[in-house]
Design a protein around this ligand. Sequence first.
Ligand SMILES: Cc1cc2nc3c(=O)[nH]c(=O)nc-3n(C[C@H](O)[C@H](O)[C@H](O)COP(=O)(O)O)c2cc1C
Length: 345
Amino acid sequence: MQVIDMKSISPAGAARRFSVAPMMDWTTRDYRAFARTLTQRALLYTEMVTTGAILHGSPRERFLGYSEVEHPLALQLGGSDAGELAECAAIAEAWGYDEVNLNVGCPSDRVQNNLIGACLMGHPEKVAAAVKAMQAAVSIPVTVKCRIGIDDQDEDADLEHFIHQVADAGCDTFIVHARKAWLQGLSPKQNRDVPPLNYPRVQRLKQRHPELHIGINGGIKTLEACQAQLAQVDSVMVGREAYQNPWLLARVDSTFFGQADPASSRLAAAQAFRPYIQARLDEGAKLNHISRHLLGLFQGCPGGRRFRRHLSEHAHLEGAGLRIYDDALSLVREPQEAAAAVSIE
Ligand SMILES: Cc1cc2nc3c(=O)[nH]c(=O)nc-3n(C[C@H](O)[C@H](O)[C@H](O)COP(=O)(O)O)c2cc1C
């Protein structure tokens, strides 16, 4: 087991060894609350929220609301105007977020037109100014999530040029998606699969910058693969696998934090989530908006398909509540070995 690096003392810093990636429409507050039935310690990220939504959207609760169980929690911002980002960082701190993260990795056309996301890798001076202004506005950590490169800026030297300028402005934590983005011609989805992964580039970045926290992201699917990465870099961020196969999270606390895991089985996690679901239904949320995040929980278990089908067919109906949820759970069986309780030796 890895020794826990205690030099990071902020809640976000202490949790950063393992995080769940920001994912639009996926890492909603309901997903994050569900993830907490499986891991208390992983650092969770919101979906990207643009500065425009925070400053001009209404109500602000819609973009920033979360429940206390979600800590440690980082807000990911999309934007490039230093003043607006600083204002939003201050708002994030006031709302109780543990970290604010700047998105320098999203390749969508829509965000590029507003100079948001991966296109900012071509403007390190803008990112540096933004980070500086955000840090001056808050005392929580300000971090950057970026790619290893964009378009033809795809050499170690290009990444170094970017990191150097942003680190000089005061940023000491970078989470690097180990795959370049093609800003023209590939969809955001293709940009998560088509350009090849290049872990060694991120690992070399860490070797050159022992003073920086370098996290790695992209294509990591097992806790063993995370452990292997942690021998080379400071932290690991997992995206799609943590969403599509949430049971992956069930052993994060014991594996990376030396702490007992909260859920002894998938069913126990699903049961522990009931009070949260009821509270959200009472606030007017729809069951399917919450239960859609659990569709991958019983992957590979007998009845897993019936569980998914029951929720897909009934959870959207008017008045759907815990009865539908419980009926879906009654259709699934969890093999004993899959449910083995995990405790710390
Ligand atoms: C549905 C979806 C939405 C995403 N939204 C965001 C986002 O809002 N901000 C961001 O920085 N990355 C976003 N990403 C990229 C992920 O954070 C992550 O970098 C990428 O999926 C690679 O990691 P993985 O292979 O572990 O999934 C998104 C990915 C997916 C699949």
